[in-house]
Write a protein that binds this ligand. Structure first.
Ligand code: RFL
Ligand code: PHB
Length: 394
């Protein structure tokens, strides 16, 4: 088979890239290791920045998001038992975020792909990338016991943190920066009304908690847990009991509990690969970087990587210019490091680090106190949370 762009991975970055290229008349095939249902079953991010909303509109898949997504103009920070609102909308001159789950974004992109008759090969095993240092890259894979080959102009590595593309880059050409945090997030999804109309980020002596949501009837809650904790150790009752202990009295009284419909533990990591381009192969999304979820940046960064990458590839075909693909890595990494910094900072501020002792907790409380009493401090949080503009600093 021959295509212009072989995309590895049908997560949000691969699917969005496929859609943006299709809109520009560029042919792409997506290879995905899992089934479509498996991809849709992964419960992950829930907050979209304005730039991501705009991109989904540009890709022609924003209709359901605008109908069902919840627009949030602020969020609460709870510390020392009291809640304080960050009025993002006011602090950023009218910007908001949208609460709309990654699962729904993925579903909308998959449906658009099916409707346009575009090729996604699910359950593609042993995907391997070849010759991306030449003008004729190839991708091989197995499907139903048969070996297949795709020849292409470009390979887009949208295959997540554990994918094959980054692993195939020459070791001497790649630099990796990593920080692994000494805790994880235990997440529960439940068909119960959210405890509050906006998100609540909690710094408590018992550890971080987050009250999030997917709709007016579906909630998503997280607890900071130690890395040795196993999901099986956490009954639903134990989860709700611990969450209540980390909330303020009003939220504790209002919290509606119910059976979990999903429960999982995610480790927290900051990770960046440099560069993001190896000849004719590009990395985008989690394949190139990971942020701890505290700043809600993972999915949004994946979307902006893909925006830069699709622009670069479109420029290559339409203008016969390699300027975009040459600057892809550098442009993307600037935005990535800004989001890495914010996510690392917000994680450090909100979580319990017993190794930092009592002074660590006091310093966090002093910083939180500064943020809520200083408009400059609050604005810095707000402008990063809603997402810096695509052309920031350029
Ligand atoms: P994805 O979503 O991981 O998709 C990559 C796809 O590539 C496939 N794949 C392969 N296909 C073919 N051959 C191979 N060899 C392959 N190897 C992998 C995979 O099956 C998969 O379908 O990456 P993408 O598209 O870059 O999207 C990024 C986002 O998914 C990610 O940034 C966020 O979800 C991060 N993230 C969270 N972000 C938030 O903002 N808030 C959260 O609450 C949040 N929770 C999470 C998360 C990421 C998690 N991961 C990666 C383990 C929770 C988890 C558990
Ligand atoms: C979520 O709803 O899953 C979510 C929201 C905000 C975050 C992280 C996760 O910072």
């Amino acid at each position: 088979m021959r295509t212009q762009v072989a995309i590895i991975g049908a997560g949000p970055s691969g699917l969005l890239l496929g859609q943006l290229l299709h809109k520009a008349g560029i042919d792409a095939v997506i290879l995905e290791r899992q089934t479509g249902d498996y991809v849709l079953g992964r419960i992950r991010a829930g907050v979209l920045e304005q730039v991501t909303i705009d991109l989904l509109d540009e890709a022609g898949v924003g209709q359901r998001m605008h109908q069902e997504g919840l627009v949030h103009g602020g969020f609460d920070m709870l510390f020392k038992g009291e809640r304080h609102r960050i009025d993002m909308n006011k602090l950023t001159g009218g910007k908001n975020v949208m609460v709309y789950g990654q699962t729904e974004v993925t579903r909308d992109l998959m449906q658009a792909r099916t409707a346009a008759g575009l090729t996604t090969i699910y359950e593609a095993a042993n995907v391997a990338v070849h010759d991306f240092d030449s003008a004729k890259p190839r991708v091989t894979y197995e499907k139903d016991g048969q070996q297949h080959e795709i020849t292409c102009d470009f390979i887009a590595g949208c295959d997540g943190f554990h994918g094959v593309c980054r692993a195939s880059a020459p070791r001497n050409a790649i630099k990796e920066f990593e920080k692994v945090y000494p805790f994880g997030w235990l997440g529960v999804l439940s068909d119960t009304p959210p405890v509050h109309e906006e998100l609540i980020y909690v710094n408590s002596p018992r550890g971080f908690a987050l009250c999030s949501q997917r709709s007016e009837t579906r909630s998503r809650y997280y607890l900071q847990v130690t890395l040795t904790d196993k999901v099986e150790q956490w009954s639903d009752q134990a989860f709700w009991d611990e969450l209540k202990l980390r909330l303020d009295p009003e939220a504790r009284a209002k919290l509606v509990t119910g059976p979990s419909i999903e429960k999982s533990i995610a480790p927290l990591r900051s990770f960046v690969t440099e560069p993001l381009r190896f000849g004719r192969m590009f990395l985008a999304g989690d394949a190139g970087h990971i942020v701890p979820p505290t700043g809600a940046k993972g999915l949004n960064l994946a979307a902006t990587d893909v925006k830069y990458l699709s622009n670069a590839i479109i420029e290559f075909y339409q203008d016969k210019s390699e300027a975009g693909i040459d600057s892809y890595s550098e442009r993307c990494l600037k935005r990535i490091w800004r989001a890495e910094r914010f996510s690392w900072w917000f994680t450090s501020l909100m979580h319990n680090f017993p190794e930092n002792g009592a002074i660590g907790q006091k310093l966090q409380e002093a910083e939180l106190d500064y943020i809520i009493h200083s408009e400059a401090g609050a604005r810095s949080v707000a402008e990063n949370y809603v997402g810096l503009p695509l052309d920031f600093g350029q």
